[in-house]
Design a protein around this ligand. Sequence first.
Ligand SMILES: C[S@@+](CC[C@H](N)C(=O)[O-])C[C@H]1O[C@@H](n2cnc3c(N)ncnc32)[C@H](O)[C@@H]1O
Ligand code: SF4
Length: 457
Amino acid sequence: MLTPDLLVRHARPGPRYTSYPTVPVWQDDPPDSLLLDAVGALDGPVSVYVHVPFCREQCTFCGCNMVVARRQDVGDRFLDAIAAQLDSFPLPDQPLPLVRLHLGGGTPTWLTPTQLERLFGLLFARFTPADGAELGVEADPDVTTDAHLQTLADLGVTRISLGVQSLDPVVLHGVNRPQHTERIEELVTRARTLGMRGLNLDLMYGLPHQTMDRFVGTVRRILQMTPDRLALFGYAHVPWLKRHQRALDESALPGPVDRAALFLAAQELLEEAGYVPIGLDHFARADDALAVALGQGTLRRDFMGYTDRPHAPMIGLGPSSISELPKTAAGPARFAQQKSKLAAWWRSVEKGEPLLERGILLTDEDRLRSDLIEELMCNLALDLDALGARYGLDLREHLKDELHALQPMAEEGLIQWSDAGFRVPDSHRLLVRNVAMVFDAYLKKPAPEGPRFSQTV
Ligand SMILES: C[S@@+](CC[C@H](N)C(=O)[O-])C[C@H]1O[C@@H](n2cnc3c(N)ncnc32)[C@H](O)[C@@H]1O
Ligand code: SF4
């Protein structure tokens, strides 16, 4: 049983594990060759992530890397910079096959339909969508028009992810997010009519004023829209990193027990409606590709979230974008993140200043732990024998300290031992980050710069 006492005891700051090692331990200001050498060695299918940092308004809960921009010509300058960036990357002359494209932000549909056409033109000159490629775009319902959806469908976009967060007027008012439920319903219907699948809606729990009644009201109305997928993100309150979050009424924030109750209530409603829980915080209809991948053991997780696609080298474009590049003749696997602040990123691209803000070369030990944590975050289970065989290691011996450290968690019901390893019971999925943290070799080192992560519960 996931008791209030257990939740309070395990509520602590922890990473969300869309990567391992997590960004705070990466090296600052690495040379640009960390990225460029690895891009130059690419010769097969790739994924591409483009970070579009602009929004019309500032939602006060927002943890994303974004700026409020009211002048649309900023978008043209951004596209000029993406064009320059693509020209400066040592990509092969022939376009590389593109298996997955994701536009995130900020708000990609802040760009006008014409600007989006230009962006896709720039990308398709360098990358050719492979058969069955997944082309996805995040969209804010308040700025997304029918013309946006039509343009995206014409460009071959296969899935849209709409940020909803809440449908309750009191909650929305408290976080400065003007939004109309009817418009969201229209967009969902229209995206379907245009043939988009894997339609995702983002909801958040743990926002100020989000009582159980208000939250359940939102979830019930969302269920009537029958999305293919739902993300249920716990509000990450990190005012020391995101100063605008200080504008939120902290006294109206639910505590760990109330937050967990909101998540569990939503989980119950979604499961009753036939949705399958996916990893930490996603749900999908049983016939959706994510649920099918979970059943087949092929679900993956990366910087862009859960996916049914196998990992391909990922090229990031735009401020704060992360590239994830495998081991090649150019050297070990690596992560490289571009400058996050828009002004610094403009200077890098327009004036030729260094582009990277952080990066890391992965050791074999990093890759082992990365695979292990990914498996936990996807399947809530770990097969020590299968993973050990991939690395030629006896993991019971190699990880004996970590496995020993899990014993108190086993006694509390957070994990259950199995012949092959262990699993986190479904009822305890909210605490899977705590289990993953046991295997994070870097968390053992103190953080000199103060708090880094949001609460796990
Ligand atoms: C880039 S934003 C979404 C796209 C679009 N800008 C919008 O808001 O509709 C991605 C998602 O991150 C989630 N998010 C943003 N800030 C968050 C925070 N502080 N904690 C948890 N999730 C957050 C929201 O659910 C949001 O939809
Ligand atoms: S939640 Fe979306 S629309 Fe709101 S500020 Fe963040 S990125 Fe922009």
